[in-house]
Design a protein around this ligand. Sequence first.
Ligand code: GLN
Length: 304
Amino acid sequence: MDYLQILERIHKAILPYSKEGKQADYIPELANVNPDQFGMCIHTLSGETAAIESADTRFSIQSISKVFALAMCHSIKGDALWKRVGKEPSGTAFNSLVQLEMEKGLPRNPFINAGAIVMADILLSHLSNPEEDFLRFVRAVANNNTIEYNHSVALSERSTGYLNAAIANLLKYHGTIENDIEEVLHFYFLMCSIEMSCRELAVAFAAFANHNRPFDYAGITLTTSQVKRINAIMQTCGFYDEAGEFAYLVGLPGKSGVGGGIVAIYPLRYSVAVWSPRLNSKGNSVMGIKALELLTTETAESIF
Ligand code: GLN
């Protein structure tokens, strides 16, 4: 399969959508990103890599970081993690409060904000240096020691993060988080602020695609079965209230972020990352979803 040619063809085909959607501006720093950018990189487990356009430009990975947080929490807590957070799709927006109130502070899954805030709390309780340890783990999975947090993005999100603060308060009220709310939110926003390129994300997610290989990065270990289960949660919960549509159009487990990035994996075959800042109303990249839909359609390579 000539992936480079396929990616180039896909890019041409989705150009008509390049002005559709709007970049996230509820995080002031993200409003400053040029929305007219696009990058894509596919990395096969047999060692081929194809990358096009701005595949080497770093962007704010935002909620894609929740997969890394889940890997760490699952490694640390094993199945006891599921006492703190559920694993059912929510069918609601990533930042919704409604379900959390009805379900008495137990987040539906680790990928909605409430679930990720609980994971931030777990990591704060269990790691000796949470900020360093999280970054060290992400760098190890991506095999790249230059990956960094963007502190201005994290601070910028804190300055307007009223909804996430409301979620954290509701969690604290129900006793679902142990640490100080300010500390938990600070760490949650910091994890979201990590910057990576499509190429770096594709390499990092090969660790999830290749569930037969031992998962062991910076002291974080997962069994084959635990990696497969993380992939299952990406499939059912990775796109919030658009998870069904993503499964229908693309047919791969994946995770999106409001920075406009999407990663997806075809277990035992490849990992792919795509980035374009303009988002649809569900907070997922318009061109990103289109590109992945075309990729799995053209190659007939999806899990279904
Ligand atoms: N930091 C963002 C938030 O909490 C992450 C959301 C996302 O990427 N979907 O709102």
